[in-house]
Design a protein around this ligand. Structure first.
Ligand code: ALA
Length: 939
């Protein structure tokens, strides 16, 4: 039955509005990356962000909420596109009560929303409740009026949420639930009901009544449910499913929102989509088209929320999604990196509800493009290898573990994709052999790639080791202990000298790479051993140090950890300079500036920000001056922990898309009258004076609307300054100045000549050379320059201009001279004076001047000249007024002639020119002049 609401956006909105009217706070979707929740990689349900509220420990002031939650589940990734219901990314509509309304309201409202707001046919809805939940049964049966034959009493796997949690976990809030099913009427078998797996009855809404805290089952396996003493509501309705119902389609991918993405994949691949076909090649195409759409949508949201492709954890899931999508679109016949083109369709379809995906779409596109291209570099060879291997295996049931291993390690194929591909040929991977190769590989190699595929001892120990306290803002040596030493992915009690190890410390002075600041390096020394620390990464709080055992054997136990303090000092100078740069950009370009990323290293810094256009040299100078001024003023740098609200009130700058806890660390430069205030966990100087100097090296675009500044501070800036002093001396010599001490002068000259400072000397030299050459050729005397540096350079430019003009007019004169001779070749054709000629090597400009001068010499003339100068062929046409009136326009003639031989051009009716790629066809074009003239005269 048609509903007034139809599109996905309308349905999402109507749900939130309906529950807002019931007193639920419309709360934003949580990030796809759960904060402070190490138990899950991605948000999988609407209730994830409210776990604590159900337990009575939450901090929200409200007791009712409603959301449309972004969710990602990858456990069923192999089914995506094959079935009508699976996705990786999907949206869950939910309404929640935190010890407020309970079963009666939850059920009545769900029913009212479905049957009154969406106008669904009540006779097509059936219900399940938990076997012992008489209360829910009664409400459905007696209050709503659902007949007993459409209410089903089921057990823990169907009607407890999380399913089977009482006996199998996980721990956390849970309770009985009641599910609402829609009858798609795909068959009319009276025995079919919601417990059968025909796909006719589809669960659309799950109403959960969390009233327990699920604990680890008792020793005998019996449930351990702790009564919360609170009655909560958690509901979840798959948006894609309910849209199927309302829109009258069966497959989730056929709803308006997903179709708009599928259509984009169809456009790019040129492959047809036909959802009515369930078998054969078209069905296989449907699967690929749906899967690519699903994955690009998921990737768009992951990257937007900050999960970038990587080798571990969330990053690896994103990488796998991109690789799977690449393989799929490749199968669809697209052999170049084009997945990023699909992002626009996702943004168009969903930015109304999730504006962040529009704000970060450039990042998503760039990430996808780079990652797809990187995978594609080995894809061809991988596919060839796979093809050959499959041929060799014809008729076999087991696929070689060696081949699978090589595809994974060398070509980056996700293992489950190989399993899928060989599965299509009826084979399974030789797991035993694969594992042997794998173990050998991890024992000999210590590349990060290992982490992709196996979980290492450190990763397994993460829950036990917990987060590593950072005790190194002051970069002092720290007495601590190695709590776990890892060699080749395994925990060891000893690692010999020369080996590459990874290890965890009880507390660490090493700053792990984060917030754009690079990892520290340094030394870890224990009884009789020394490890040179080369890298340091955070894995959900656990800091994993990597290094080389220089003296050994290294052992777990007491050590002294020492950061390379000089390098750290250079890093802090660059980090503090980055904050000043951020502030300076806001001052100079406007308050729309937001940080889009940064990289702080010991030798330089990089800062990305949004700005619609590039900066002018004057703006760059202004920014640089502002920063240097603040450095010289010597502002104190104050570092303070404070509640996030307070930080926001103070106007501290946060990084776009970054997650912050309730307590934040705020860096303020100049506490009295702040010159910069930012949220930041990184390392900083105590006084801006320590930064010493700041120079911008480069300003460039990285993506549409995103600019990048590369700059240096401290020692690096001083080195650059001395290099620039050398350049200034060189420039001074060139223009005959005694000295150019003021660095501003170089900027002024760079602006005058519109080149970067570093290219100034080269440019001046080149201009001077041209000037002397021209003066020699034209035999004119140069006028000598004097005055200031800028005046001298202005003079140089003016002289050059004068000489160039002089040469041009000389050329024009000689063109006029040589063209006189051509006038002898004018012929009469159908009452028209016509001149057709091919000239020896005049360039486009010379040819134009020639046509111009010849045309002016006759009262009535049509002339067509062709010339070939060094492979660049040109046609030029000139027509006098009287002939234009007879239908012979130069623009039209040159256009048609050029197009007949693959060129392009046009122009005014009097004079027009065209470039032609193939000079050898000029004769052909000239031969076409007369027939064309006839045609135009008649037409
Ligand atoms: N939390 C419940 C689910 O995910 C609503 O199904």
């Amino acid at each position: 039955m048609p509903s007034r609401l139809f599109t996905t956006s309308e349905i999402r909105e109507s749900f939130l509005t309906y529950f807002a009217n019931k007193g639920c706070v419309r709360y934003p979707s949580a990030s796809l990356l759960p904060e402070n929740d190490p138990t899950t990689l991605f948000t999988v349900a609407g209730m994830s962000q409210f776990k604590d509220m159900f337990l009575g420990r939450g901090s929200h002031p409200f007791t009712r909420a409603t959301t449309s939650q972004k969710c990602l589940r990858t456990n069923d990734i192999l089914n995506v596109g094959r079935t009508a219901r699976h996705h990786t990314f999907f949206e869950m509509l939910g309404n929640f009560s935190f010890n407020d309304y309970f079963k009666t309201e939850a059920i009545h409202w769900a029913w009212e929303y479905l049957t009154q707001v969406l106008s669904l046919d009540p006779s097509r809805l059936s219900i399940s409740v938990h076997r012992i939940d008489d209360e829910a049964y009664r409400i459905w049966n007696q209050e709503i009026g659902i007949p007993p034959e459409r209410i089903f009493r089921l057990g823990d796997s169907d009607n407890f949420w999380p399913a089977d949690a009482p006996t199998q976990g996980p721990e956390g809030p849970g309770g009985f639930c009641s599910e609402i099913f829609w009858d798609f009427r795909t068959n009319d078998d009276p025995k079919d009901n919601l417990t059968s797996s025909t796909g006719r009855f589809v669960e659309i809404w799950n109403l959960v009544f969390p009233q327990f805290n699920v604990r680890k089952p008792n020793g005998d396996g019996s449930p351990n449910l702790e009564q919360l003493g609170r009655t909560n509501i958690d509901t979840g309705m798959g948006l894609e499913r309910i849209c199927c119902v309302v829109q009258g389609v069966y497959n989730n991918f056929d709803i308006d929102l997903l179709q708009s993405i599928v259509r984009e994949v169809v456009r790019i691949s040129g492959q047809p989509y036909d959802t009515t076909v369930k078998e054969g090649p078209q069905a296989a195409l449907n699967v690929l088209l749906r899967r690519v759409s699903d994955h690009v949508r998921a990737i768009t949201f992951c990257v937007t929320d900050g999960a970038l492709p990587g080798n571990t954890g969330r990053g690896y899931i994103v990488r796998r999604l991109i690789r799977r999508a690449t393989l799929d679109i490749d199968k669809l016949g697209v052999s170049e990196s084009r997945l990023h083109e699909i992002v626009g369709a996702v943004v168009a379809a969903m930015a109304d509800a999730y504006p962040d995906i529009a704000k970060r779409q450039d990042l998503v596109r760039e990430t996808l493009k780079a990652e797809e291209a990187a995978f594609r570099r080995t894809l061809r060879r991988g596919l060839e290898l796979l093809g050959r291997a499959l041929e060799r295996h014809a008729g076999a049931t087991v696929f070689s573990g060696d081949d699978a291993f090589e595809l994974v390690t060398t070509h980056g194929f996700p293992k489950e994709v190989i399993a899928e591909l060989v599965g299509e040929k009826g084979m399974t991977i030789d797991e035993a052999r694969y594992t042997v190769r794998w173990d050998e590989h991890t024992a000999i190699s210590n590349t990060k790639q290992i982490e992709v595929f196996t979980s290492s001892a450190l990763q397994e120990a993460k829950p036990r080791l917990g987060a590593t306290p950072f005790q190194g803002y002051d970069a002092q040596p720290l007495g601590t202990t190695i709590t776990l030493l890892e060699l080749g992915g395994r925990e060891v009690t000893e690692a010999p000298a020369g080996s590459q190890v990874r290890f965890a410390l009880g507390a660490t002075p090493f700053y792990a790479e984060s917030g754009g600041q690079v990892a520290d390096t340094g030394l870890v020394q224990g009884e009789g051993f020394r490890i040179r620390v080369t890298d340091c990464q955070k894995d959900e709080g656990l800091v994993i140090h990597s290094g080389l055992v220089e003296q050994g054997p290294a052992r777990p136990g007491a050590v002294t950890a020492t950061v390379d303090a000089e390098r750290r000092k250079d890093i802090t100078r660059h980090h503090s300079a980055t904050h000043l740069l951020h502030a300076a950009l806001g001052q100079t370009l406007g308050s729309h500036i937001e940080q889009q990323g940064s990289k702080v290293e010991s030798a330089s810094l990089r800062f990305d920000f949004n700005n619609p256009s590039g900066m002018t040299p004057a703006q760059i100078t202004q920014v640089e001056d502002w920063v240097n001024q603040r450095i010289h003023e010597g502002h104190l740098v104050e570092i303070k922990q404070m509640p996030i609200e307070e930080a926001r009130t103070l106007g501290a700058k946060a990084q776009f898309g970054e997650k912050y806890g309730t307590q934040v660390r705020v860096i303020t430069m100049g506490p009295e009258t702040p010159v910069s205030r930012e949220f930041c966990g990184g390392c900083h100087v105590q006084n801006t004076r320590e930064i010493r100097a700041f120079r911008i090296v480069k300003e460039e675009a990285t993506a549409a609307g995103i600019r990048r500044i590369t700059a240096v501070a401290g020692r690096a800036a001083m080195a650059l300054a001395s290099h620039e002093a050398d350049l200034a001396r060189e420039v001074a010599d060139l223009i005959g100045m005694q000295s150019m001490d003021d660095p501003r002068l170089m900027d002024a000259l760079a602006q005058t000549l519109k080149v970067p400072r570093k290219d100034l000397a080269a440019r001046i030299q080149q201009m001077q050379k041209e000037m002397f050459d021209l003066a020699g050729r034209l035999q004119v005397t140069l006028i000598t320059a004097s005055g200031s540096a800028v005046e001298r350079v202005d003079h140089l430019q003016a002289e050059l201009k004068r000489l160039r003009r002089l040469e041009e007019s000389k050329q024009a004169q000689s063109a006029a001279g040589s063209s006189e001779l051509l006038l002898d070749r004018i012929e009469e054709f159908n009452g028209i004076s016509l001149l057709i000629a091919q000239i020896e090597s005049a360039d486009a400009k010379g040819l134009g001047m020639m046509v111009e001068s010849l045309r002016s010499k006759r009262a009535s003339l049509l002339l067509v000249l062709a010339s070939d100068s060094g492979g660049r062929a040109t046609l030029a046409v000139g027509v006098t007024k009287d002939l234009i009136n007879r239908g012979l326009a130069a623009g039209e003639i040159v256009k048609q002639l050029a197009e007949s031989i693959g060129g392009r051009g046009g122009g005014r009716p009097e004079l027009a020119q065209a470039g032609v790629p193939d000079a050898s066809r000029l004769g052909e074009a000239l031969a076409g002049v007369k027939p064309l003239v006839l045609k135009l005269l008649r037409g």
